[in-house]
Design a protein around this ligand. Structure first.
Ligand code: BGC
Length: 357
């Protein structure tokens, strides 16, 4: 009898152990974001977390304060935490090498989020917007705004690009520069400072203050009399909103107002910049709906974890391999369509964008 009881006990125990093992524990997904300094990444993180959790995954979301070492150790922790998919919006796309290899060895699938992971074979997929197209939208805006195809006039332009360690920055700049280059070549556009190569116009870490300081120098060096009938400045082609904000602050401090400020381009539709558009201080931005990017990424995570075919529509060369990518579409935004794009779609509330003097 004793024997029977113990056999039964063992049976019951093993059965319950089996049930515990087979009860689906939620799969874990690590999401490594670069910084909370810029509004767009906060939105990206929030959207990813919300949508992944709704799909039944457990999410480990971390922000690295724009510090590569912090991001590496956050990813190491995510691996210890046994994530099955890693979504990384890098700070420096080429600086994560060994931790990505560790991920590979642990069988973790790596998705580069918005920023490509470069110089490594240990990246599986990439979700982003068409980054070259973002630049083309900015450049085409300038071409159309000044009717460069038909005008006999000459307009002046200065360039501000993004961070040299971000693969996107070169693509944004190339898309914009290639679009306006015919008009620099035929003299309808003139860059008075002569600063047209990416390295010279780049803004490390995309910092507004850095873009502002560089614009201060350009203004005092080449456009000091712009407001008193001297050399005028017509266009500031900026790659994104954080750099556009710095450039706008510089121009406003110099004395420009909504009435005479140069045409400034941007990207992201950050709140401060959208307010500037409403006030006539920034001409346009490019809206990249982070909800759409999160949705595409969550869909990809689902495809990976269920063993389904992963849908991609582009590839990006990362220096070592062509990374299969899913590109979302960037959209032109200005004062005429911002309400529909941003408020009616629920991206921001009207109060978010209310301008208070
Ligand atoms: C993103 C931009 C953003 C910039 C600065 C880029 O990688 O694609 O949307 O403005 O980083 O954070």
């Amino acid at each position: 009898m004793k024997k029977l009881v113990s056999i039964l006990l063992v049976l019951v125990l093993s059965l319950s152990l089996l049930t515990v093992a087979s009860a689906e524990a939620p799969k874990k997904v690590g999401v490594a974001m670069p910084t909370m300094d810029l509004q767009r990444w906060i939105q990206d993180g929030d959207n990813m977390k919300k949508q992944l959790e709704a799909a039944g995954y457990e999410v480990d979301l971390q922000y690295a304060n724009n510090d590569v070492a912090t991001q590496v150790s956050q990813i190491e922790n995510m691996l210890l935490n046994e994530v099955e998919v890693l979504v990384v919006a890098s700070i420096d796309g080429g600086a994560l090498g060994t931790v990505l290899q560790q991920a590979k060895e642990a069988g973790v699938i790596v998705i580069a989020y918005d920023r490509l992971l470069t110089g490594t074979e240990y990246v599986d997929y990439y979700t982003t917007f068409d980054n070259y197209k973002v630049g083309q939208i900015q450049g085409q805006y300038v071409v159309d705004k000044f009717d460069l195809e038909n005008t006999d006039k000459t307009y002046t332009i200065e360039f501000t690009a993004g961070s040299p360690d971000d693969n996107n920055a070169g693509l944004f700049f190339a898309g914009a520069y290639d679009t306006v280059k015919p008009y620099l070549d035929n003299g309808k556009l003139v860059c008075v400072s002569g600063q047209t190569d990416f390295e010279t116009v780049a803004t490390p870490a995309w910092k507004s203050e850095t873009a502002q300081a560089r614009m201060d120098n350009i203004l005092s060096g080449f456009y000091a009399d712009a407001l008193t009938g001297g050399q005028k400045l017509d266009i500031c082609l900026c790659s994104n909103d954080s750099t556009a904000l710095g450039v706008t602050n510089s121009l406003v401090a110099f004395g420009f107002t909504a009435e005479n400020i140069p045409v400034i381009t941007g990207q992201d539709c950050d709140i401060a910049n959208t307010k500037n558009m409403v006030q006539g201080l920034q001409a346009m931005s490019v809206f990249k709906d982070t909800r759409a990017l999160a949705e595409a990424t969550v869909k990809m995570v689902g495809e990976i974890l269920s063993g389904a075919e992963v849908e991609t529509n582009a590839t990006y060369a990362n220096g070592v391999k062509d990374v299969a990518s899913f590109n979302c579409t960037p959209v032109f935004a200005d004062v005429n369509n911002y309400a529909e794009l941003l408020i009616e779609s629920g991206y921001y509330t009207a109060e978010d964008l209310a301008v208070t003097e």
